[in-house]
Ligand binder design. Structure first.
Ligand SMILES: NC(=O)c1ccc[n+]([C@@H]2O[C@H](COP(=O)([O-])OP(=O)(O)OC[C@H]3O[C@@H](n4cnc5c(N)ncnc54)[C@H](OP(=O)(O)O)[C@@H]3O)[C@@H](O)[C@H]2O)c1
Length: 275
């Protein structure tokens, strides 16, 4: 959609930087917020600070809220170090969008942790947009292992579809392939034999028997996404890591395979107001 202006929060992040690239390729004018601004062209980078979002989103047609305090560890208190910044940051952005006279739609990004943290799953359960994590299980850190993977190009495409499709509404699970850690190790060791992949008996299994995994049916049926294959996802990832000199035959492990691949993402499309 040429000449449309959109805002992406947390634009320097892993997911958001791929989304920004995709939006620029599609002709959008992108305003990215980062806490430490740097270079620009058809990309404007603005300082993200509390109270700054009214001016930033005014004039934008859409907002992709991707910024989040993403960390696997905390110093003292997860509430003040992770939960509060994410929650208050999101409310801050949504309030600014509500006050703006131009924003038509907000797309919020989060993790499948919004779905998978429960201790009452049955083996045949399929995890889709109707499932919500239990706050008690989150506090007790009870969850099943990551079980889904998606190409980063598809994550960016899913955001674009959630923004451009007039019918897009509510939550979307974005997961192309369900795979246990053991299946992943087996696939990668066969496909990339020159790399040292963790052997399947080194991997702890917390995947329930017959677990059906996550469903992106809604994203596929309602928004028409066509996911890239498992092979393309991992070939692109390995090629990208090799090109950057990050993957060496001597020390690579399955844990290195982060570039070009994301674990499952939750996307929420919100209509703010029709202008
Ligand atoms: N990576 C994945 O595979 C994956 C999978 C599933 C879901 N997700 C979800 O996707 C979203 C983004 O994840 P990501 O992996 O791209 O994270 P990331 O690389 O850490 O990017 C997040 C960005 O948010 C900004 N940020 C961090 N703390 C902030 C704070 N307190 N206030 C304002 N901005 C802050 C940072 O930008 P500045 O420092 O420049 O401000 C950072 O670059 C999250 O909701 C995550 O749960 C990611």
């Amino acid at each position: 959609m040429a000449n449309e202006k959109v805002c992406v929060t947390g634009a320097s992040g892993f997911l958001a930087s791929w989304l920004v690239k995709r939006l620029l390729e599609e002709g959008y004018h992108v305003i990215g917020t980062v806490r430490d601004p740097g270079a620009r062209e058809r990309l404007e980078l603005k300082k993200a600070a509390q109270g700054a979002f009214d001016d930033i989103v005014q004039g934008c047609h859409g907002v992709f809220h991707v910024a989040a305090a993403v960390t696997l560890s905390y110093k003292d208190d997860p509430q003040t170090e992770i939960v509060d910044p994410c929650l208050l940051g999101t409310l801050n952005v949504l309030d600014a969008c509500k006050r703006s006279t131009t924003v038509k739609r907000v797309v919020c990004t989060s993790s499948v942790t919004a779905v998978r943290v429960r201790n009452d799953f049955k083996p045949d359960d399929v995890l889709d947009e109707s499932v919500w994590s239990s706050p008690d299980c989150c506090r007790a850190k009870q969850w099943i292992d990551h079980a889904g993977y998606v190409h980063l190009d598809d994550v960016a495409q899913a955001h674009l579809l959630a923004y451009t499709n007039p019918k897009a509404s509510g939550r979307y699970v974005c997961s192309a392939i369900n795979m246990s850690a053991i299946e992943l190790a087996s696939f990668t060791s066969k496909r990339y034999p020159k790399h040292k992949i963790a052997s399947t008996d080194e991997i702890e299994v917390r995947w329930p028997a017959n677990f059906k995994g996550f469903s992106s049916r809604k994203l596929q049926d309602d928004l028409g996404i066509q996911f890239k294959s498992l092979e393309q996802m991992f070939d692109d990832c390995v090629e990208s890591l090799e090109r950057k000199g990050l993957l060496h035959a001597s020390n690579a492990s399955v844990a290195c395979m982060a570039s070009k691949i994301s674990t499952i993402v939750m996307i929420e499309a919100l209509w703010v107001r029709l202008h």
